[in-house]
Design a protein around this ligand. Sequence first.
Ligand SMILES: Nc1ncnc2c1ncn2[C@@H]1O[C@H](COP(=O)(O)OP(=O)(O)OP(=O)(O)O)[C@@H](O)[C@H]1O
Length: 259
Amino acid sequence: MTVPAQRTGEPVAAMALRGLVKRFDTKLAVSGISLEVPAGSFFGLLGPNGAGKTTTLSMAVGLLRPDTGQAVLLGYDVWQSPIEAKSLVGVLPDAMRMFDRLSGPELLAYQGLLRGMPAAVVDQRARDLLDVLELGVGNRTLVVDYSAGMKKKIGLACALLHAPRLLVLDEPFEAVDPVSAALIRGILQRYVAGGGTVVFSSHVLEVVERLCSHVAIMSDGVVRMHGPLDTVRAGRPLQDVFVQVVGGRVATGSELAWL
Ligand SMILES: Nc1ncnc2c1ncn2[C@@H]1O[C@H](COP(=O)(O)OP(=O)(O)OP(=O)(O)O)[C@@H](O)[C@H]1O
């Protein structure tokens, strides 16, 4: 078992990625990423489609084994001490792999009992989460029949249920309506204010600018820029920094002349 660094008196990053590499056949999806997420930060991982965000986050939380490199969550190596690491982290994966033939309340009960939580605690927290996320405490609809936004919200509820110290969320605002997005922002802001750490990927730069204390911008499997939001922005809109860093293409109007 790994000895968590906080016991040795060292400052602990909530997440430390060291030299992560992942190749799919000939495609180098992640090319040696090292990144430290300070405890208590609201950390946004940005990048264009195919940049490697999901692959990086999947390796970070122990869902995908890296070819080389290490992921340490709150002092625990996610591959050497998976039980300790995973008990402290809540994960919203991108392609939601859920037991979706259950209703929302059933899924949360299953998730909580799987984590060894007392049934009464699971029941109370599940009710609270279903209520706050407006999914319906008594809603018997199977998760497979939920809308895309509702699936995101029940996934978030599953991630929050055991009150983790670190949340890792892959595109939590995708497919979510504006009212629900505001709700989720509020929940996450309160969570960070209470001492939690959030790492999330997003394409919505306005949300990132509004929420994040720290950001990393990646493209082609590499982190191009990272640091506190204000340092990365250096007085510019994040959109401009993003386009400059990833080398965005601008349509002139002549490309699709037939349209
Ligand atoms: N299981 C897989 N098999 C083969 N290639 C993969 C696999 N998963 C990811 N890739 C490739 O790795 C690269 C990075 O993909 P990834 O999903 O991590 O990007 P992303 O930044 O999350 O993209 P998006 O913003 O579109 O969700 C892409 O080129 C993708 O096609």
